[in-house]
Write a protein that binds this ligand. Structure first.
Ligand code: FES
Length: 316
């Protein structure tokens, strides 16, 4: 995920799980509605919500539809339990808390031309973008890679849809991504959401393009080992000092100390835990911000950052 603005404080909304439906092999759609049945505030294409699960996990999911809120969840065998919990335990009618939508992957709806590239469950935000651009009559091309038709979400909608090409096969067959990117006019806005390997291919294929026209979102990150060096975090509002032990994250230490902090992915990909740095020099390890964005905004993702200085003073 990447954006240019500091995420707004996250409010929690009570919602009811209104329906669960089959989307594709290992993927389900979960639809949340307001408790009184009124419409939830419409979300922009590319936005995501954090879902607070009863097992204590908080997980970010991109929205397929803007209101009611629908998320697509793929069961991740190697995941940390969020998708498995939703697949195995979520029941229609039960109550959840979610965050208000936040958009770390905004769509330029006025672009002259847009190329959308999605891999696997990465189709979730990309599908919302395609629908919006089509609704507006904009020029849009969508390429969607999935293992097989049975693994493709929204197959009935996308088969034969204008500007859509579906690609099947395991990741190595995505070799045509570079050619698709090369064929796009220089003024095209490019959006890519998919697994790490696909984003690496996208980065290589777009190395010579205007970075301002490149937009990516990752839905998983390689497991990050906690920082290995200890340091001290000072909370500017209270002056409290917290020792961050080697092998622990700032976020874990803040939670243990009872500090109210917003977080979600715990992997440095969603931006929910972004916190202002008042003093000190963080060691950034997230993939949400580019280094120059951290520099400009003076923020840190406390779920994964270390510190180059012995002390970090945070606006908490
Ligand atoms: S909780 Fe998602 S970036 Fe820190």
């Amino acid at each position: 995920m990447a954006s240019t603005e500091t995420p707004a404080p996250v409010q929690k909304l009570p919602v009811r799980l209104h329906s669960i439906s089959y989307a594709a092999t290992d993927a389900l759609l979960f639809e949340f509605r307001a408790l009184d049945g009124t419409d939830l505030a419409p979300a922009e294409p590319g936005a995501h919500i954090d879902v607070h699960l009863p097992n204590g996990l908080i997980r970010p999911y991109s929205l397929v539809s803007s209101s009611p809120y629908v998320i697509a969840v793929k069961r991740e065998a190697a995941g940390r339990g969020g998708s498995a919990w939703l697949h195995d335990h979520a029941r229609v009618g039960s109550l959840f808390e979610i965050s208000a939508p936040r958009n770390a992957f905004p769509l330029d709806e006025r672009a002259a031309a847009t190329l959308l590239l999605a891999g696997g469950i990465g189709i979730t935000p990309i599908s919302a973008m395609y629908r919006r651009l089509t609704e507006l009559g904009r020029q849009v091309e969508l390429h969607y890679w999935s293992r097989s038709p049975a693994h493709a979400l929204f197959l009935a909608e996308f088969e034969g849809a204008p500007g859509v090409t579906l690609h099947y096969g395991d990741a190595p067959s995505r070799g045509n991504l570079a050619a698709i990117v090369a064929a796009a006019a220089p003024e095209t806005e490019l959006y890519c959401c998919g697994p790490d390997r696909m984003l690496a291919e996208f980065a290589a294929a777009t190395a010579n393009r205007d970075p301002a026209r490149l937009h990516t979102e990752r839905f998983s990150a390689p497991e990050l080992a906690p920082p290995t060096e200890g340091f001290t975090v000072t909370l500017a509002r209270t002056g409290i000092d917290l020792a961050i032990e080697p092998g622990r994250t700032i976020l874990e230490t803040l939670i243990d100390a009872g500090i109210d902090i917003t977080y979600s992915c715990e992997q440095g990909i969603c931006g929910a835990c972004e916190t202002k740095v008042m003093d000190g020099s963080p060691l950034h390890r997230d993939s949400f911000r580019k280094p120059e964005e951290h520099e400009r905004l003076g923020t840190v993702m406390v779920c994964c950052a270390g510190s180059k200085s012995a002390r970090l003073v945070l606006e908490l």
